[in-house]
Design a protein around this ligand. Sequence first.
Ligand code: 3NM
Length: 205
Amino acid sequence: MKREALAIYFIMGTVNCPREPLAILEEALQAGITIFQLREKGEGALTGEALLDFAKRCQALCRTYHVPFIVNDNIELALALDADGVHVGQEDTELAKIRQQWTGKIIGVSVHNHEEMHAAVTGGADYVGIGPIFATISKADANKPAGVEFLAEARASYPQFPIVAIGGITPERTEQVLAAGADGIAVISAICQSENIEHTVKNFK
Ligand code: 3NM
């Protein structure tokens, strides 16, 4: 994948949204996010038919704006929708298995250290997510904030590999994250909770 595609990576699930999720997504798309991930997790998250229906609506919006639509963790849902890709953590389905199942799609993997990074790169991931850089309110089981140290090391080890940084990122903190080597920033709350998404996304840009 092109590294530029990771520039402004918006992640959202209905539980992250203080107002109509599809309105938030459309405003973010209009404002210029470059990739979107549906991450429907946590208490009150949609399941079954409701999830499928919501996911289809998100996908349709992303198509309208020509923005890749990625599904978090749920490979069955990603396959059923013929999504543009899937993002998996270390606990999720094995990378090699997904890679075999799914050619020509984007596969992202969350990594936290050199071993995980090496396994992702050699196992066929298209990009990695590194975080949490800062403290996050959006992931209950997030690790401790790691700062940019590992991000900088990962970039030094893999000068060309697509890397996105995640966790507590705001427009004000973006410069330091990009300076450490990230191709882009992945955010939930900075956009979901923004009172002016257009303005927030412009600030990220
Ligand atoms: N993954 P916010 S942190 C989904 O560290 C997710 O892998 C993380 O949300 C990781 O932008 C995180 O609101 C939450 O901090 C990001």
